[in-house]
Structure formats: structure tokens, C-alpha cells
Design a protein around this ligand. Structure first.
Ligand SMILES: Nc1ncnc2c1ncn2[C@@H]1O[C@H](COP(=O)(O)OP(=O)(O)OP(=O)(O)O)[C@@H](O)[C@H]1O
Ligand SMILES: [Mg+2]
Length: 219
């Protein structure tokens, strides 16, 4: 279970986002939607321990991760969290397999990578360099890289943003299937995908953005 308690995140440019309390239960899938800039990626980054909240706490299975050291949070993320980043974070000059096998440096067992690539229909690209792939193919590699460690928590930031609806729908079905018994939190703007999730959370209602430096409303 992931608990979000009294969280506020302030950035150096003075953008500040307050989050209402939320609980994400183990075994459930959640779809997050909301306007650009309302704080969806920031929430995922705080759950993943990449960003720390300015105020409040994040508690994962009873452990207040927001109080841990960065090193402890990194270790927890590597072992337990599969994060599909909005911008993929793949290494462009390396092949698909190398991008996945690099996780072995962190002691991740990558033996089911080919099966996952097959499930997502990109097995034939396994020896291609990332820079030679289309946006949708990169997206699917990012998904395989996040899932290969069989994580307990899956964070997916617009995992279908670069896919057409049919493939995107397939990917969401696959993600939900793989997430059985785990926690899946996925950001997507496509309301047609809502039916595949246990819960849909409108982040516009869960966040309160204050003004940034330029005086623009954050949300
Ligand atoms: N590293 C950062 N430094 C400064 N401001 C940031 C940083 N990351 C996010 N922000 C600001 O925080 C707010 C929320 O950003 P976030 O990326 O969480 O939005 P989002 O809901 O994911 O939007 P989108 O749908 O466009 O991806 C924005 O105003 C953004 O400019
Ligand atoms: Mg985002």
C-alpha cells in the first residue's frame, strides 16, 4: 500500500503543488488523469523516490520512504519499482537488449526480456539501436525494461502516448494483466482506457497548484 500524506512539493522556481491525501492499495490498478502541469509526473517521481516532497510523507508498506536517504530510496526503487518514464530514458546508441541487460549491473534478472518483447510485438527489434526505432517501438522497449524485474509497483507515465489506440489499448491490457496482485499507477489522458482500471483519479481535484514565478496558474 502506498500512502500519500500531506504532501507539498515546491521547486526552486517557486512552483508549489499541494496534494490531497491518497492511498494506492496493493492489487489494484489506478489511472491518473489531469491537465498538463497539474503534478502527475511529480507525484510518480516522489513515489519512485527520485524527488522528495518538500512537506509531508510517502509511506510504502509501512516504510516512510520520504524519510530515507537517497541511497536507500534508490535501492528500493531498483528492487521494487518498475517505472515507465514519460520520456523513456533509454540509451539511444545502445541496442534494445543492451538497454535491458544493463539492469544486470543492478543484479536484476533479465531472463524474461525476450518473452516480454514478444508479448509487445517488438522481438524482431531486439538487436536494433534505440535511435533507429519509432516512438511507439521505444515506448514498448521502455515498458519491457520496467517490467523485466517483475516489480511490485508499476508506475507508468503516459505509456500509450506514442501508440495508436489499438496498440495502446493492447499495451494497457498487458500492463493490467502483468500487474495482477501488484500496484499499477498509470497516467493517461485517454478516457477510453478507463474501463481497464480499478479506479480513475482526477488529479485536477487532488492537486492544488500555486502560482509559479511568472504568475501563471500552475493548473
Ligand atoms: N524539476 C522541476 N523544476 C521546476 N519545476 C518543475 C520541475 N518538475 C516539474 N515542475 C513543475 O511542476 C509542475 C507539475 O509538473 P509535472 O511534470 O508533474 O506535470 P504533469 O501533470 O506531469 O504534466 P504533463 O501532463 O504535461 O506531463 C509544472 O508547473 C512544472 O513546470
Ligand atoms: Mg507528466
Amino acid at each position: 500500500m502506498i500512502e500519500i500524506k500531506n504532501i507539498m512539493k515546491q521547486f526552486q522556481n517557486e512552483t508549489a503543488i499541494e496534494y490531497k491525501d491518497m492511498t494506492f492499495e496493493t492489487g489494484k490498478s489506478y489511472m491518473l488523469l489531469g491537465a498538463s502541469g497539474c503534478g502527475k509526473s511529480t507525484l510518480l517521481n516522489m513515489i519512485a523516490g527520485i524527488l522528495t516532497p518538500t512537506k509531508g510523507s510517502i509511506v510504502i508498506d509501512g516504510v516512510e520512504t520520504s524519510k530515507q536517504s537517497q541511497r536507500e530510496r534508490d535501492k528500493f526503487r531498483i528492487q521494487n519499482i518498475g517505472y515507465i518514464f514519460q520520456d523513456f530514458k533509454l540509451l539511444n546508441d545502445m541496442t534494445v537488449m543492451d538497454n535491458i541487460n544493463i539492469l544486470r549491473l543492478e543484479n536484476v534478472d533479465t531472463s524474461n526480456a525476450v518473452q516480454l518483447l514478444k508479448n509487445l510485438g517488438i522481438e524482431e527489434k531486439k538487436n536494433s539501436k534505440i535511435k533507429h526505432l519509432s516512438g511507439g517501438q521505444k515506448q514498448r522497449v521502455a515498458i519491457v525494461r520496467a517490467l523485466v524485474k517483475k516489480p511490485d509497483i508499476i508506475l507508468a507515465d503516459e505509456p500509450t502516448g506514442n501508440l495508436n489506440f489499438a496498440i495502446g489499448e493492447q499495451v494497457i491490457k498487458e500492463l493490467v494483466e502483468i500487474s495482477q496482485g501488484k500496484t499499477l499507477i498509470a497516467v493517461t489522458h485517454d478516457e477510453r482506457l478507463a474501463k481497464y482500471f480499478d479506479e480513475v483519479i482526477d488529479m485536477n481535484e487532488m492537486t492544488d497548484g500555486r502560482r509559479d514565478l511568472y504568475g501563471e496558474e500552475v493548473k
